[in-house]
Design a protein. Structure first.
Length: 553
């Protein structure tokens, strides 16, 4: 390369660095040679006939391919049924999301969470934090602009609406959230990982439960998960604790299930930001800055209800929102869930022996006890080496602790445990000798998490999409899995598949006994629960091994 070409390459690298990638480049002293590292890319320029941009685009093919696959699956899923389709009078989650657009665009913000003649909370009352409500308001206004009228959001008259353009717009709004938030956040993280396995990226992008829930059943989990991933990106790779705190507050204020991640984020930010202060004053200053950031973000998002409380000299407007978000009156779990309480309830009727207050306290205590080890590692052993993996793994373990033991859990919330699990697989250090084992248990964790939602798929008439998605995900795994595995891993895989296929056969072809109408559903959720516990302890062991490896190094 001549001087001009070297300068062009250098300017190009600086542009990429400013765009979103971390770059390191140097002249190694050999004429015409530059070594370049951009995120997951490692390029050696040894020929003037190989422009940097061409090599860069070639290296990006994997991520483009994965994005194309996931978008294709999400679009295809949109043509299937959805929650509550043609099932009056309350329909389902699809109608709930549309109804929130109706409420937020037609009523004042202070009325969104209050029961009234115009807002019947028993008809899909808003029960998510304010950022979900603002998103519903945005979608409602967008539909009004695109359609040219307010037929989709008219108060009362729009209830149960199912005409084609309404379905098209609602499906489009989920895809818009994917493209705007979820997929960019994943790419931003993966582009920072210097060495990554293509097999792990494929398993992450082709994970079926996310599109079955969001693009099939119909929800916007992609928003809260995307906000969490952005927070992960900024506090792990950019070391910007303030921006990370803002993004995580957005996640918390979009769905309260993001509380599953709160302990790892708190411990991680304390370790990598607050405790890095050189003096006690500096440490307290950093802690105060984070506290002010969180408080300011919450105040701005809750401002309509804060103003209303001040005007009325009462906390009732704020308490009404809180009570809608945290429905302790609803019960220990909803439907059949693959967690400890639902599985054990078959044998121990907890509500017969304990009051609701005692159950809430016990569930909180169990959740904290199971979350403690992984968060202790993040707080005490989270050195720069493998920091991203330890943090992501702690997100997995803590969210799984919440799913298994916390109060009032839905079957769909297992989704909040699977995304960090797949991210941990992508971030697993290359030198870890048990990679094939970790890939095996993580893939089957995600597979069984999808399997645990099969009763929901039956309710939504999504069985065909479910089976196609499961087979596709299994085919991907068969293509990318480690070929050299021990015999007992193969034996365990055979047992897991035998159990799942048997339960599927029972649910599809065997008549239920009249006395036990939920028997096969309980088989499904109980089997899932046992594997979730197995995965929890196995992953806890992996995190301990990695943290011990870090200390030895």
């Amino acid at each position: 390369m001549d001087v001009l070409q070297l300068r062009i390459v250098e300017v190009g690298l600086q542009f990429l660095e400013g765009f979103c990638f971390e770059t390191n480049y140097k002249d190694n002293g050999q004429k015409g040679f530059i070594h370049h590292e951009v995120g997951i890319l490692q390029c050696d320029f040894i020929s003037r006939n190989e422009p940097m941009l061409l090599i860069f685009l070639q290296k990006m093919k994997l991520l483009y391919f994965c994005c194309a696959i996931t978008l294709l699956w999400k679009i295809s899923s949109s043509f299937f049924s959805y929650s509550g389709y043609n099932k009056p009078p309350k329909f389902g989650d699809f109608e709930a999301q549309r109804h929130w657009m109706e409420i937020t665009t037609q009523l004042h913000a202070t009325q969104w969470y209050e029961n009234s003649t115009q807002n019947d909370l028993f008809y899909w009352g808003l029960d998510y934090p304010p950022l979900t409500a603002y998103h519903s308001y945005f979608n409602g206004k967008l539909s009004q602009y695109l359609i040219g009228n307010s037929s989709l959001i008219n108060l009362f008259s729009s209830r149960g609406i199912e005409y084609p353009f309404a379905k098209f717009f609602m499906r489009f709004s989920v895809l818009l959230s994917d493209v705007a938030i979820l997929i960019p956040s994943l790419l931003m993280i993966l582009l920072q990982v210097k060495s990554i396995r293509s097999s792990d990226v494929l398993l992450l992008f082709t994970f079926p439960l996310l599109w079955l829930i969001d693009n099939g059943h119909f929800q916007y989990n992609n928003m809260s998960i995307g906000f969490t991933l952005l927070a992960f990106y900024y506090c792990t790779f950019k070391m910007n604790a303030v921006v990370a705190s803002i993004w995580f507050c957005f996640a918390l204020q979009y769905k309260q299930m993001s509380l599953y991640y709160s302990l790892p984020f708190f411990c991680h930010l304390i370790r990598v930001y607050v405790l890095q202060g050189t003096t006690l004053f500096e440490t307290m200053k950093r802690f105060g800055l984070l506290g002010c950031t969180v408080l300011t973000t919450f105040v701005l998002l809750w401002l309509p209800w804060i103003v209303s409380s001040v005007e009325k000299s009462s906390f009732d407007p704020l308490l009404q929102v809180v009570l809608r978000i945290f429905p302790f009156y609803r019960g220990l779990f909803e439907d059949k869930v693959g967690n400890f309480w639902c599985t054990s309830f078959t044998f121990i009727k907890w509500n017969r022996y304990l009051s609701q207050e005692s159950i809430i306290k016990m569930s909180t205590l169990c959740t904290l006890l199971f979350s403690l080890p992984s968060n202790w590692i993040v707080l005490m052993r989270n050195t720069s080496k493998h920091r991203s993996f330890l943090f992501a793994n702690s997100l997995t373990l803590t969210s799984l602790s919440f799913f298994l033991f916390s109060f009032h859990v839905h079957e769909k919330t297992i989704l909040f445990c699977t995304i960090p699990a797949l991210l941990s697989l992508c971030l697993l250090p290359k030198e870890f000798q048990y990679y094939s084992w970790y890939q095996f248990i993580t893939f089957h964790f995600c597979l069984i998490a999808t399997f645990s939602n099969y009763p929901l798929m039956v309710k939504d008439d999504l069985q065909i999409l479910y089976f196609i998605s499961i087979l596709f995900y299994w085919a991907i795994y068969e293509l990318v899995k480690e070929k050299k595995r021990s015999k007992w891993i193969n034996a365990l895989e055979f047992l897991l598949w035998t159990a799942m296929l048997t339960i599927h056969f029972l649910m599809e072809f065997v008549a239920l006994p009249e006395r036990y109408p939920d028997l096969f559903t309980l088989f499904c959720t109980s089997f899932s629960c046992f594997y979730f516990f197995f995965y929890f302890f196995s992953t806890q062991w992996v995190q301990w091994k990695i943290s011990s490896l870090v200390l030895r190094q």
